[in-house]
Design a protein around this ligand. Structure first.
Ligand code: HEC
Length: 181
């Protein structure tokens, strides 16, 4: 009996350490599907109405706008990657380290689906979720982009590194942050 109290206190303090991030993780994760769906729907309708060329223009103009729209205070949402198309999506050092961690975890056999990482960083809650390369992404991020499309991408993104991806590879990640008081 004597040990029961200290043991349960230990259990409580352990769970108290693990739990505070859970509601934030849940809240953040819930913001990703609507953001992702709007990006996908925008690309899809642009491809349908004018082909991939039209879609590159749509992405260039609309992706930053959609990103801003989904950043409802106190949250900021975005996408980032190690191999970038738009410099506006460049990772900061923390994001770069998490992307490298994702790559490492994938190399060790962990599926990218549902791979994520959350952490408090300088008083801010930060969350990243891996984005695998899907079939629909290859037209613009794969290894054999149509020449006329590649030319257009070169024109808009002269420093583009976001091509040559294979199906299922880590394309990038959603990245979310919010201040926590
Ligand atoms: C029609 C061409 C096109 C298709 C299809 C496409 N993308 Fe992109 N992608 C772009 C363009 C253009 C950008 C840069 C504009 C932006 O998003 O800010 C981009 C940017 C990104 C970024 C942000 C990081 C960066 O490199 O700037 C990620 C992540 C991304 N795409 C993932 C995907 C995934 C995953 C798919 C498939 C589900 C996909 N893309 C399909 C054209 C495309």
């Amino acid at each position: 009996m004597r040990y029961l109290l200290p043991l349960s206190c230990l259990a409580l303090s352990l769970s108290a350490q693990a739990e505070p991030l859970d509601p934030l993780i849940k809240e953040g994760m819930a913001l990703i599907p609507p953001f992702q769906q709007q990006l996908m729907a925008t690309v899809k309708s642009a491809v349908e109405s004018g082909g991939p060329q039209q879609a590159v223009q749509a992405c260039q103009q609309l992706a930053p706008q959609i990103t801003a729209e989904h950043s409802e205070a106190p949250w900021r949402v975005g996408r980032t990657a190690l191999k970038l198309r738009s410099q506006d999506n460049a990772p900061d050092p923390w994001e770069r380290a998490v992307l490298e961690q994702f790559q490492q975890r994938a190399a060790e056999g962990e599926p990218l689906q549902n791979m994520s990482h959350a952490e408090m960083v300088d008083g801010e809650f930060r969350l990243m979720k891996a984005i695998p390369t899907g079939e629909a992404c290859l037209a613009c991020h794969g290894g054999s982009i149509k020449p006329e499309l590649a030319a257009l991408i070169d024109q808009y993104y002269p420093e583009d590194k976001a091509r040559g991806f294979k199906l299922g590879e880590l394309r990038g990640a959603f990245t979310l942050r919010r201040a926590v008081d």
